[in-house]
Design a binder for this molecule. Structure first.
Ligand code: NZQ
Ligand code: ZN
Length: 388
């Protein structure tokens, strides 16, 4: 049974090859001074930067640039942005990049006019945003996080080894997102498949919780089937437009709040993944891939009917002659085979985790009480060890 639902998503999507033509009109009424936020330079190599600068010029915008937003954006970088915004009058933040750039833009939009310490207030303490915020728009160049159509923002503080996610309110969701699947063609294979697993993980985090029958889980199954099918095509031919466009659309719907509506959600895999990244700075999707199978085997008995359903509806496991446990395990084996086929990192040790730093990783894991099992710190340590 679906629970209470209040649903709105204010982000306007411009999707498809050539969608950048909508950027000028989208920026018509947002003011003159644009803060152009981007990453380490991929947009300069692939020409997206030039196309955007041309559009901004044609639309008479004054542009201030904030380059160098790194993967797993840091608190130190956020402070640089806050200083910049406070010395210039910015009307609108345009984020051009992947989830890191979009997340950073939202964190900056929320923090720039915060009178207190924004890290402590909005990330550590998760308090409501009560200051003025800047509007944000995104041009997405890397697929996975869903940041382009959600209120999420994940920031890392290396001084405390904490990577913390914050879900802001509607006012911090992008006003628009430009989604051109061809912009993702230049994403390196490692990042591309990490993004694919990030999508899968977002869906599984929302799917593996609750015992009721609800539409959100049927939507989740459809998205997973599309992702599995199209990712197999995309790893062989990264320029297959049909596959890349299906995956881009799937990623957005996987984490724009739709499939979590009216149901319980888990998110413990992300808590473990964030703690891994905080210590190793590993790529987000790979951290999730390396811990997911041990995690799901650990919780499987507590959520057996859902794991059986996952096996049958996502992986088409034939249940004939099998116990429920055998069906569920066959589903996880199929997940493993897909992960291995597309080339994901399957072991934490490949990401810079060592027996010596597992304790520090475990210390950074936020223990939620959402999913089929509520983990203890010892459970986390045993999942981390099994992931090595
Ligand atoms: O910095 P540049 O030079 O642009 O290179 C980036 C970066 O090195 C490169 N890249 C992006 N688009 C490219 C490209 N290279 C060539 N061609 C292109 N078109 O890819 C690298 C990774 O980019 P990044 O933005 O870090 O990847 P992703 O989109 O996976 O974002 C990861 C961040 O998002 C957070 C993660 O924790 C992590 O910090 N997440 C945000 C969420 C949200 N807002 O809801 C949810 C997620 O679970 C996740 O936690
Ligand atoms: Zn994620």
């Amino acid at each position: 049974m679906l629970g209470q639902i209040t649903y709105a998503n204010p982000t306007k999507l411009y999707f498809g090859e050539g969608a950048l033509k909508n950027l000028g009109p989208a920026l018509q009424n947002v003011g003159k001074k644009i803060l152009l936020v981007y990453g380490g330079g991929s947009i300069k190599k692939n020409g997206i930067y030039d196309s955007i600068c041309k559009i901004l010029k044609e639309n008479n915008k004054d542009v201030l640039e904030l380059p160098g937003v790194m993967a797993n954006p840091t608190l130190a970088k956020l402070h640089d942005g806050i200083k910049l915004v406070n010395t210039h009058k910015i009307d609108f933040i345009l984020a051009v990049g992947g989830g890191s750039v979009c997340d950073y833009a939202k964190a900056l939009a929320a923090s720039a006019y915060c009178k207190e310490d924004p890290w402590d207030k909005y990330f550590v303490k998760q308090l409501p945003v009560d200051n003025a915020v800047l509007p944000v728009g995104c041009v997405l160049t890397m697929v996975g996080t869903g940041s382009e159509m959600n209120a999420g923002s994940v920031i890392t503080d290396h001084s405390t080894d904490m990577k913390i996610g914050r879900i802001f309110g509607e006012e911090l969701m992008p006003k628009f997102a430009v989604l051109d699947p061809t912009f993702t063609y230049t994403v390196p294979q490692y990042q591309m498949i990490a993004g694919f697993f990030d999508i899968m993980s977002h869906i599984m985090e929302q799917y593996f919780s609750g015992t009721d029958d609800n539409t959100s889980d049927y939507l989740a199954e459809g998205l997973m089937r599309s992702l599995v099918h199209n990712s197999r095509i995309a790893v062989k031919n990264p320029k297959d437009y049909e596959a890349r466009s299906n995956i881009m659309w799937t990623a957005t719907w996987a984490l724009n709040t739709l499939i979590g509506m009216g149901k319980e959600q888990d998110w413990e895999v992300h808590m473990i993944g964030h703690a891994v990244s905080a210590i190793t700075n590993a790529t987000h999707g790979m951290t999730l891939a390396s811990v997911s199978l041990p995690y799901y085997h650990f919780i499987m008995d507590a959520g057996l009917p859902k794991f059986v359903r996952f096996a049958k509806n996502v992986w088409h496991i034939d249940p004939t002659g099998k116990t429920d446990e055998e069906i569920a395990k066959a589903g996880l084996d199929a997940l493993k085979a897909w992960m291995s086929d597309i080339g994901l990192v399957m072991h934490l040790s490949e990401l810079g985790a060592t027996p010596e730093n597992l304790d520090a990783i475990a210390d950074g894991v936020i223990l939620l009480e959402n999913g089929y099992k509520h983990l203890t710190r010892e459970d986390v340590v045993s999942i981390l060890k099994a992931s090595m």
